[in-house]
Design a binder for this molecule. Structure first.
Ligand code: NDP
Ligand code: MG
Length: 335
């Protein structure tokens, strides 16, 4: 797979193009500042008095109400939460966007599940940094960048590729390395990863391990260290050097245990369910259910998220973490 860097991007790819960033949260705040510092003409489309509005003012980014920001913009980045994007598009973008402008996303959900059907004259592109906004900003400030994906869904003007790559470069993404994907691949793999492996799978693995130990009579504090706390050490090794690096650092006993017992925990049955989850993502069933849940007021969502945070492991963890001085530094000040 080709990984594009700054030299692969046409100089002046988006020169003179005005960029409106709608939504000034995790991604919006980072993109707006990075693009501004890269010399681009940026305006934040934010609701007056809102948190995003206050932050944009504090960062010295020109602000306007979302509908005003869209007028005259060449690239319109919709960086509000996914579930708010359809309404933002209908009420703010569609009536105000100039002919031949580009609609830019950091995640393909709204397009793939047809929550937004863009006007025929608009380019539709994606730039998705592989990291949260604060990292995207911090790495940029250090002269580095977070690797990013880009995709072209619709190129009406002939400028879509330059626009996506130029925006990604201005955001630091080409310093980190730019990988080409499609809206469908980005959306489906992102949803699968967060559900089966990252936020869903890893969390349930930890909770199940913790509950297995405490139900067998072991002390919850000890179970917390073994099943949650130490996970970070292992994940850091994976992250830095893959399974090979983990194997270099763990004991022979741990390695033997991992190869004989790991496949008993995550087995053919687990993989069959992963496939089921993937096919629900591919068929649009997951998206339909999540959209319906939003439309119904998110009652089930609130109850399930609360149940998750009401578990024993949470109370035990909170009191143990108070003793870990290095965790008390606010995230924004951490190295
Ligand atoms: P946030 O939840 O951080 O965005 C919140 C911002 O959206 C706030 O400025 C809020 O305004 C604004 N907003 C919400 N509703 C509206 C509305 N109806 N009209 C105008 N503005 C509105 O979003 P993220 O940065 O997390 O996500 C943005 C996109 O980036 C999503 O598509 C997401 O999937 C994608 N993404 C996110 C990543 C992440 O790490 N968070 C990583 C990669 C992609 P106010 O301040 O006024 O409330
Ligand atoms: Mg995601």
């Amino acid at each position: 797979m080709q990984i594009y860097t700054n030299d692969d991007i046409r100089p002046g790819a988006i020169a003179g193009q005005r960029i409106a960033i709608i939504g000034y949260g995790s991604q919006g705040r980072a993109h707006a500042q990075n693009l501004r510092d890269s010399g681009h003409d940026v305006v934040a489309g934010v609701r007056e008095g809102g948190k995003g509005w206050k932050n944009a003012q504090a960062d010295g980014i020109p602000t306007a109400e979302p509908a005003e920001a869209v007028k005259g913009a060449d690239i319109i980045a919709i960086l509000t939460p996914d579930m708010a994007q359809a309404e933002v598009y209908k009420t703010v973008v569609e009536p105000n966007a100039k002919q031949g402008s580009a609609l830019l996303f950091a995640h393909g959900f709204s397009i793939i599940y047809e929550r937004i059907v863009p006007r025929d004259d608009m380019d539709v592109i994606l730039v998705a940094p592989k990291g949260p906004g604060d990292l995207v900003r911090r790495e940029f400030q250090r002269g580095r960048g977070v690797p990013s994906l880009f995709a072209i869904e619709k190129d009406v003007t002939g400028k879509a590729r330059d626009r996506a790559m130029g925006y990604a470069k201005g955001n630091g993404g080409a310093t980190g390395g730019l990988l080409e994907t499609t809206f469908r691949e980005e959306t489906e793999t992102d949803l699968f990863g967060e559900q089966a492996v990252l936020c869903g799978g890893a969390k349930e693995l930890v909770i199940s391990g913790f509950n297995t130990l405490t139900e067998a009579g072991y002390q919850p504090e000890i179970a917390y260290f073994e099943c949650l706390h130490e996970l970070k050490l292992i994940v850091d090794l994976f992250y830095e050097g893959g399974i090979t690096k983990m194997n270099e650092f763990i004991s022979e006993t741990a390695k033997w245990g991992s190869v004989v017992s790991g496949p008993r925990v995550i087995n053919a049955e687990t993989r069959a369910r992963m496939k089921e989850i993937l096919s629900e993502i591919q068929s649009g069933q997951f998206a339909r259910e999540w959209i319906a849940e939003n439309e119904a007021g998110k009652g089930a969502y609130d109850a399930l998220v609360k149940a998750d945070s009401d578990q024993t492991i949470e109370a035990v963890g909170a009191s143990l973490r108070e003793r870990m001085a290095w965790l008390q530094t606010p995230k924004s000040e951490a190295a």
